[in-house]
Design a protein around this ligand. Structure first.
Ligand SMILES: Nc1ncnc2c1ncn2[C@@H]1O[C@H](COP(=O)(O)OP(=O)(O)OP(=O)(O)O)[C@@H](O)[C@H]1O
Ligand SMILES: C=C(C)CCOP(=O)(O)O
Length: 264
């Protein structure tokens, strides 16, 4: 990835890697609006290295809310299903998430990664109905990728028919992006080294929710979007192989190696 804006042939496009940087990883999740000043730069180093040495050609980054989005959403009673019609509440959640997005972009730019923001509140919607699957148009993302950029999404508010604005989680965005862009591989980097079994050991592979349901919980921190159980559900539904890993697994994952728990 050069960032020189050179056009690439869309028909020839290498399928992208979709990577989520968990909010638990890049922020201090228990201290409102506080970055993790070790983990975020380290994650950006790994991304910059993988692009510079060609291990990854096309990359979409998604980051979660951590202590920026979840506290505001929780204070306003907003979740992935419960919405708000109060513009001040929407701005609290969206404003915190765009501030975190800016911090991620700044650290990627410092490392010459050609990262550009994509804000789901301006792009996406949930239609009415029980199976109101997220509508996430992807032509801007596909075009950005084709022009050599690294689109950086974030969990956000999302217009929701019948509810006002609800929360769209980074995990949900990862699933939509992976399916819609035909991702090569999907990585979810969090604070845990993988999905853990009841004894705290990393489960090497998961191919069915029921087989691991008893071990899967919500997040330890304030989280309006489902913690590890939500992640595993989203990732099992994908065609692309997905991996859940911790900070130490990020560089190996980007090199195409095994990392954490593989979900397929
Ligand atoms: N079986 C399990 N294995 C691993 N983690 C689990 C398990 N059950 C529950 N968890 C919790 O899930 C958390 C990871 O999910 P969480 O949604 O907090 O992460 P994240 O994606 O990094 O953060 P964010 O949602 O802010 O983006 C872990 O920190 C842990 O507290
Ligand atoms: C709370 C908000 C706005 C973002 C939720 O995204 P997640 O941290 O990926 O679950």
């Amino acid at each position: 990835m050069t960032g020189d804006g050179a056009s690439r042939d869309a028909d020839d496009a290498t399928p992208p890697v979709v990577l989520k940087l968990g909010g638990s990883l890049i922020t201090e999740k228990d201290r409102p609006e506080t970055l993790d000043d070790d983990a975020l730069p380290a994650a950006c180093d790994a991304i910059a290295d993988a692009l510079a040495d060609g291990a990854v050609e096309r990359l979409v980054v998604v980051h979660g809310g951590g202590s920026f989005g979840h506290h505001h959403a929780s204070e306003h009673g907003v979740s992935t299903t419960a919405g708000t019609r109060d513009p001040a509440a929407v701005m609290d959640v969206h404003g915190a998430m765009t501030a975190l997005n800016r911090a991620v972009l700044d650290r990627l730019h410092e490392r010459d990664v050609p990262a550009v923001p994509v804000h789901p509140l301006s792009l996406s919607a949930r239609p009415a109905g029980a199976d109101g699957d997220l509508d996430l148009p992807l032509s801007s993302t596909a075009t950005l990728l084709g022009e050599g950029f690294v689109p950086v999404f974030h969990g956000d508010g999302v217009a929701t028919a019948g509810e006002g604005v609800t929360v769209v989680s980074g995990d949900e965005l990862v699933a939509e992006l992976a399916a819609g862009l035909g991702a090569r591989r999907v990585g979810v980097c969090s604070t845990v080294p993988g999905v853990l079994d009841a004894d705290g050991a990393v489960i090497p592979g998961i191919d069915s929710f029921d087989a691991v349901a008893d071990a899967l919980g919500a997040s330890d921190a304030t989280d309006v979007s489902g913690g590890m159980a939500g992640k595993v559900r989203e990732l099992l539904a994908l065609d692309a192989p997905a991996h859940v890993f911790g900070a130490a697994g990020l560089a190996p994952f980007l090199r195409g190696e095994a990392a954490g728990t593989r979900i397929d």
